[in-house]
Every structure is written in structure tokens, then in C-alpha cells.
Write a protein that binds this ligand. Structure first.
Ligand code: AMP
Ligand code: GLY
Length: 419
């Protein structure tokens, strides 16, 4: 479907302030049918794209009021917390199209136990699991599945709720004190992220990407929100996306409809590609970060129109999503101390963007003198494209060497192995 077919000039409000929201706002602004982009609260990077507005993103009424005030006809909710808080419901109740699931449907991310239950009911291939409420149940689950132990806090934990370890005492300690944890069978194999845009019935897959979750080179150290990503995945067996759409996405969407909580928005399917085929590691209810930063520069389809179609139940009118025949790599620059205790306030000086490499702001702010400073754990995401992954990777690391951010660090091995 072309913009001309819908004929709707879009005024889009993107909710959130991280790298994902900067990347979404940027890609949406490239859609010729988008008249204006607003970001709330946004960050220093998004000021170059549209208008930033302060708002409490987890206050559904405040977000709906802002959308009305600026005349938005599409709201795109970036992070999971406002979705779980019911922001999409409030925006829709105000009569404005919203890309993002209802609070009830966002439980696919908001509760690990709920997600596992839906997967089981839908016959989706995933790790075996037990929901545990005390030390005894934990120990029994560890005995059943063996090491490595996978222990997940049930609720939202900003990437810190999951521990995968061979250390049984550490696994027990991670589970202790939580009301409800999920213990899972360990899934072996490379991971892939598949993002699916859906209106609850129809679904369109983006190109798969891979994320690097551990903080250190060689996948050492604690889990983070993600330290880098690349796309496409040359090692992924052709047909995997179709297989996942059939074995995972279609039955999950059907089950959510049957439950009376249809899932419309972005279904993030985190996969382990095991020797017995792709299995679901997790569902998220929103675009992944930093995979989104790598994927969107390759997307040719007009993102505003696609998200609007999904938000209005009209996704059937959109053809398959089109991607450039190029590769993209992105690398996160994090603040020293991330993920445990990132140091804020470090000064940053950025070189100019060009056609091949651009810098996305994830956790930055301006200080009182107008200097750019670090203001979060993941601070910048450097994104490069090129004919091949190797070209994109070389360009990204070349640009990182030119960034003046003494307090920052990054992984040096993003997309190295695949090349
Ligand atoms: P989650 O928040 O559920 O995605 O888990 C965070 C990370 O922990 C995943 O990206 C995986 O790297 C790892 N993980 C989660 N579940 C499993 C599992 N069942 N087997 C192996 N690794 C897992
Ligand atoms: N990149 C992992 C996530 O967004 O959860």
C-alpha cells in the first residue's frame, strides 16, 4: 500500500526516550506521508527530528492528553513499562490510533508465567518450565532440568530479571525472595530476534537480527539490555522466518484472540536456534533495543504507514515488508559501570553523521552549559550500513574511534564471529 492509497498525512507521537525511540522517530520521519514527529519525552538526539515533550510515560491519561493536545493521529509506544501500565488502552479510548498492545496483551512480556502458559496452550516450541514459589519448588525444578540453570523473575525487570548460570547457589539466591519465578530448561544454540508487526490477525515479519546480551567480549559477564546487533543473519537457515510465523506467531496470535486479549503491536520473538529447530526464549511486547537501531535503516517500506495500518486493523492492505539488500551493524557505547552502576555525567563530543554511519542517542542529556553528557547505562548506539556485514562493522568501529567519550566503553566483538 502506498501513502497515496491511504491519503492520511500522519502526525506521529513516539513515546519513550531511548535509542529505540530515537531510531523509530528517525525512520518514521523518513516516511513521506508523515507530516510531523513528536517524541515524549525524547532525548537530545530526537530534537533534530521533531519536537520533544515532557511527560510521565507511565501515566496513561497524561499520554492521551498530550496526544490530543498535539493533534496526533498515531501514537507509537516504545518501551514495555507504559504498555503494561495501559497507555495504549488510554490512547485508543481517546479515539487515537495507537501502535502497541493493550495492558492485558502486554502481559506476554509483563509476566513470564503468563507467556509460558500461552505458549503451552498454543503449542509453541519453547523451553520446558516450572513456575516456582519457594526454595523447595526451585530445588525440584533445578533437579528436573539440570544445569545450566535458567531462573527468571516473573515481572518486568529491565533486563535484570534473568540469570543463566552453572552455579546452583547463585541460581537459588536469584530465585529467593521473589513471589514467583520461572525456572526453564536451558536452550542451546545461537539466538535470533524476530520482530513481527501485527494488527492482531495479520502479521508481517521484519528481517531477523541478532543481539549481544552479555556486557563483555566473548559473551562474558552479566546480561544487559543489549550491547550491539546486526542484520541480516547469513547463518540462519532459509525458511526459518516462515517456519516461526507458522509454528509460533500464528498460534500465539490465535490464542490471544481466544483469550479475549488480542495482541496488536510488535511481537518480539526471541529465539534460540537449537539442533531441534527454533524455540522461543522470550516474548516481548515492543521493538527490541538495540536490534531496532540496526534494522530500521534497512527498511524500505514506509514505517509510519505500516504502523498506522497495524494500529487500525488494516495490515492486510500492506504487502510484505521490504528491506534493502544491505547489511547493518550497531554497537552500544555504555557508561563505565554498566549494567550494575553506570556513571552519569561523562562528557561526549560526537563527530558528524554521514550516509554510512549515524549515532543514535540512548541515554544522553545536555548539561547546564549545553554540553552533551552521559545520562544512562546505554548512552549511544553507533549504527553503520554497507554492502556486507564486514563493511558495516568496519565503518562502525572506525566511527567509534572518533567519538570523544572517555567514560564510555563498548564490546569490540559485535558481529565479529559471523564475518
Ligand atoms: P529473557 O529476558 O527471557 O530474554 O532472557 C534474557 C536472556 O537470557 C536471553 O536472551 C538468553 O540469552 C538467556 N536465556 C533466557 N532463557 C533461556 C533459556 N531457556 N535457555 C538459555 N538461555 C536463556
Ligand atoms: N535487545 C533485547 C531487548 O530489547 O529486550
Amino acid at each position: 500500500m502506498s501513502a497515496a492509497q491511504t491519503g492520511i498525512p500522519l502526525t506521529v507521537l513516539v513515546i519513550g526516550s531511548g535509542g529505540r525511540e530515537h531510531a523509530l522517530a528517525l525512520a518514521i520521519s523518513h516516511d513521506p506521508t508523515v507530516a510531523a514527529v513528536h517524541i515524549a519525552p525524547g532525548n537530545p538526539g530526537t530534537t533534530a527530528i521533531g519536537t520533544n515533550h515532557p511527560v510521565d510515560i507511565c501515566d496513561p491519561d497524561a499520554v492521551a492528553a498530550l496526544a490530543i493536545q498535539i493533534g496526533a493521529n498515531l501514537v507509537v509506544v516504545g518501551p514495555e513499562a507504559p504498555l503494561v501500565a495501559g497507555v495504549a488502552d488510554a490512547v485508543r479510548a481517546a479515539g487515537i490510533a495507537c501502535f502497541g498492545p493493550s495492558a492485558a496483551a502486554a502481559q506476554l512480556e509483563g509476566s513470564k508465567a503468563f507467556a509460558k502458559q500461552v505458549m503451552a496452550e498454543a503449542g509453541v516450541p519453547t523451553a520446558g518450565h516450572r513456575v516456582c514459589h519457594d526454595q523447595q519448588e526451585l530445588a525440584a525444578a533445578f533437579d528436573e532440568f539440570g544445569a545450566p540453570y535458567v531462573v527468571k523473575h516473573d515481572g518486568l525487570a529491565a533486563g535484570k530479571g534473568v540469570l543463566v548460570t552453572n552455579d546452583r547457589d547463585a541460581a537459588l539466591a536469584h530465585g529467593a525472595g521473589a513471589d514467583q519465578v520461572v525456572v526453564e530448561e536451558y536452550l542451546d544454540g545461537p539466538e535470533a530476534s524476530l520482530f513481527v508487526i501485527t494488527d492482531g490477525i495479520n502479521a508481517l515479519a521484519l528481517q531477523p537480527a541478532q543481539d549481544f546480551k552479555r556486557v563483555g567480549d566473548g559473551d562474558e559477564g552479566p546480561n544487559t539490555g543489549g550491547m550491539g546487533a546486526y542484520s541480516p543473519l547469513p547463518w540462519l537457515v532459509p525458511g526459518t522466518v516462515d517456519e516461526v510465523m507458522t509454528s509460533v506467531v500464528a498460534p500465539t496470535l490465535a490464542r490471544m484472540r481466544d483469550l479475549g486479549t488480542p495482541f496488536a503491536g510488535l511481537l518480539y520473538v526471541g529465539l534460540a536456534i537449537t539442533s531441534r529447530g527454533p524455540k522461543v526464549v522470550e516474548f516481548n511486547a515492543r521493538f527490541g533495543d538495540p536490534e531496532t537501531e540496526a534494522l530500521l535503516p534497512l527498511l524500505r517500506s514506509p514505517l509510519g504507514q505500516v504502523l498506522y495500518a497495524a494500529a487500525t486493523g488494516e495490515l492486510a492492505k500492506i504487502g510484505p515488508l521490504e528491506f534493502d539488500d544491505q547489511a547493518a551493524v550497531c554497537v552500544v557505547l555504555a557508561a563505565e559501570g554498566y549494567p550494575a552502576s553506570p556513571r552519569k555525567g561523562g562528557r561526549i563530543v560526537l563527530p558528524a553523521d554521514d550516509d554510512q554511519v549515524h549515532v543514535i542517542h540512548a541515554g544522553t542529556a545536555f548539561d547546564e552549559n549545553g554540553h552533551l553528557i552521559a545520562n544512562g547505562g546505554r548512552v549511544l548506539v553507533v549504527v553503520g550500513t554497507g554492502p556486507r556485514l564486514a563493511d558495516a562493522r568496519t565503518a562502525v568501529y572506525g566511527r567509534i574511534a572518533e567519538i570523544d567519550f572517555p567514560d564510555g566503553f563498548c564490546r569490540s566483538d559485535i558481529a565479529a564471529q559471523v564475518i
